[in-house]
Design a protein around this ligand. Structure first.
Ligand SMILES: [Zn+2]
Length: 612
């Protein structure tokens, strides 16, 4: 660093290096400097002004308002002295950045504060505003956490000689996904979910005991995506001694907050005992270290993590781990879609190196072939239009995250003639989608950026503060409500009120777990037990039309799974099939072995396998 930059401090900020300067202008005048430093340190380098040269906030605020054009639609400006940053929320972040970063640069040069630019959601979102406020409030403790994390990541260790995986959950089953990856010197957990479909603690949570490790010995948790069967047990780790980082993409952090708070809420309303509390969810969120796709990150002294797009839900990722200089490379696909959807690009299938792949197999059996999307859209619209013509109403139970937004795009594109009510978490989840257009498919991204967001169409109605009975007594409509398997939440409430109406219809569009109420209704039972207000299970007669429209899954079907394994570059040496019912994981392992002529198997929970 040239002396005229006025270097005052260098510190580790998690996996990054933070450098404080008194004369940041000299630094910006020399564009090669940051590249050379990053190359020399093999770390990402962040440059900030030393606190002594920051303009006072009131003065900086006035300056920012003159520099950034009013069209940017700034909704909030907040100063974060801990990081010499100013958080700027804007409807059009591109205008805060300016051409080639010119506007951003003038804010830094004229105020000293580095803008942290965030998009304002199109629908109001308590999750987003709450998260941004608490991040600011916890700045000091977060910095302390990142400093000590950074030191741990840099500690020199001896070379590891082995790599081992222990299957803690989600093997030969769907739910409570968790895999423990261990070397002599690193202990890393990938995913830590619950099985949202059961109350029985021996089946609901992963086998964390099988790690034989105190939770404070765990170095890191990697979160592939924000579905409860992958993230739902993470706050528990914080309730029992874990104090380390959770690596995930930015949308995954926000969606995890939404889902975990909702999980606590729903569990309590149903009289259950959640395994952790609100403060544990908060702690989990403040320990998130977010990374973009393709960013290589040191997470322990010997493990590098890279996320790749998995096409499953907003921010969902395939996890690539590079362990010890070339000792072992592992790909954990988690849930992925290797096919067409309206919302996301298909999963990445190219990686720098791979020896072992863990692959989901939700639709791994011989007959698990999904229809073409055009056929699915046609059938969905036909069932809806027939029901509406009969003056009935349509309830579609959806996973609030992912399928709901995919269906919104289908209904918007097919110009639905009646209102579509969004209930429960679907609303918040949709708002979060509008904050991260860069994670969506290119054409949806473009529509959002040009003020033509499909999510803002006038067919969509917000069921916030509206009585559900009133909606059902009103005009014909379609309702998108969580949860996706009728295991609770508004979809179950609507279903209970609509079940005896032969004019109305329920349409299943997503995976229904074997033991779920959704599966029972889907299989054609005309009477099912549901939890009544008395707290007892009582029989509910079903007279409504029951339909299933396949093809909307965020999971790959059998052909897509096979194509992914076949097209994957480089070719893995072995594949472990996971995340699927017993026969599906086994069938997938068998067929991949036949096609690829490599070692494949479908491990069970509690299996431990040496990878290297
Ligand atoms: Zn998922």
């Amino acid at each position: 660093m040239p002396p005229e930059c006025g270097l005052t401090k260098v510190e580790m900020l998690g996996p990054e290096v933070l450098v404080y300067l008194t004369n940041i202008k000299v630094f910006y005048d020399n564009p090669n400097l940051i590249r050379n430093m990053a190359a020399a340190m093999r770390k990402r380098v962040l440059v900030r002004c030393d606190p002594s040269v920051l303009k006072p906030p009131e003065e900086a605020l006035a300056k920012i308002k003159t520099i950034v054009p009013a069209d940017a639609g700034i909704s909030n400006i907040a100063f974060d002295p801990e990081f010499s940053e100013v958080a700027i929320d804007a409807l059009k972040p591109g205008l805060v950045i300016g051409k080639h970063g010119a506007t951003l640069k003038s804010v830094i040069l004229e105020t000293g504060w580095t803008p942290n630019i965030m998009r304002t959601p199109m629908l109001s979102s308590e999750t987003i505003s709450g998260l941004r406020a608490s991040m600011l409030a916890e700045s000091k403790s977060r910095k302390k956490f990142l400093n000590s994390l950074g030191k741990k990541i840099c500690e020199p260790v001896e070379k590891s000689e082995w790599v081992k995986a222990t299957m803690l959950g989600g093997f030969k089953e769907v739910g409570r996904s968790s895999t423990f990856i261990q070397t002599q010197h690193s202990n890393v957990l990938i995913d830590c979910g619950i099985n949202p479909d059961t109350w029985d603690p021996s089946n609901a949570y992963p086998y964390l005991n099988a790690m034989n490790l105190a939770l404070d010995q765990l170095d890191a948790v990697i979160l592939s995506h924000a579905h409860l069967d992958h993230c739902g047990f993470i706050p528990y780790l914080f309730a029992y001694g874990f104090d380390g980082p959770i690596y995930c993409t930015p949308p995954t952090r926000d969606l995890m907050a939404l889902l975990c708070f909702d999980y606590l809420d729903v569990t309590q309303k149903q009289g259950g005992k959640p395994p952790y509390g609100i403060k544990d969810v908060r702690k989990a969120i403040s320990h998130c270290v977010v990374r973009q796709y393709h960013e290589v990150t040191d997470i322990t002294p010997e493990i590098k993590l890279t996320f790749h797009n998995s096409g499953h839900i907003l921010g969902s990722a395939i996890v690539h781990l590079h362990i010890g200089e070339g000792l072992h490379n592992l790909v954990y696909t988690s849930d992925f879609k290797y096919g067409y959807t309206k919302l996301f690009e298909p999963a990445d299938s190219t990686f720098p190196r791979v020896e072992t792949m863990f692959m989901e197999s939700t639709y791994g059996a011989r007959d698990d072939v999904l229809p073409r999307r055009q056929e699915s859209d046609a059938k969905l619209m036909a069932v809806i239009n027939e029901t509406l013509a009969n003056k009935g109403k349509v309830i579609i139970p959806v996973f609030s995250v992912g399928r709901a937004q995919e269906l919104m795009l289908v209904l918007e594109e097919n110009k639905l003639s009646v209102p579509c009510w969004l209930d429960g978490m679907t609303l918040e989840a949709t708002a979060i989608h509008t904050v991260y257009p860069e994670f969506l498919k290119h054409n949806v991204q473009r529509r959002i950026l040009s003020n033509d967001s499909p999510f803002a169409s006038e067919i969509f109605r917000v069921a916030r503060g509206v009585d559900r009975k009133t909606i059902l007594e009103g005009d014909p409509c379609v309702i998108l409500a969580s949860s996706g398997m009728l295991s609770g939440g508004p979809s179950l409430e609507y279903f209970k009120m609509m079940a005896d109406d032969p004019k109305s219809a329920i349409i299943f569009v997503g995976y229904q777990a074997v033991t779920s109420l959704g599966r029972k209704v889907q299989s054609g039972l005309r009477e099912v037990p549901v939890l009544a207000e008395s707290g007892k299970l009582e029989p509910l007669k079903i007279a409504m039309r029951t339909e299933t429209v396949e093809g909307y899954s965020g999971h790959s079907d059998r052909n897509q799974l096979i194509n992914f394994a076949r097209n994957m570059r480089p070719k893995p040496e072995r594949i472990f099939c996971m995340h699927g019912d017993n026969n599906k994981t086994q069938e997938m392992a068998r067929v991949l072995n036949h096609i690829l002529k490599i070692e494949t198997r479908a491990p069970m929970n509690l299996d431990a396998i040496r990878l290297r």
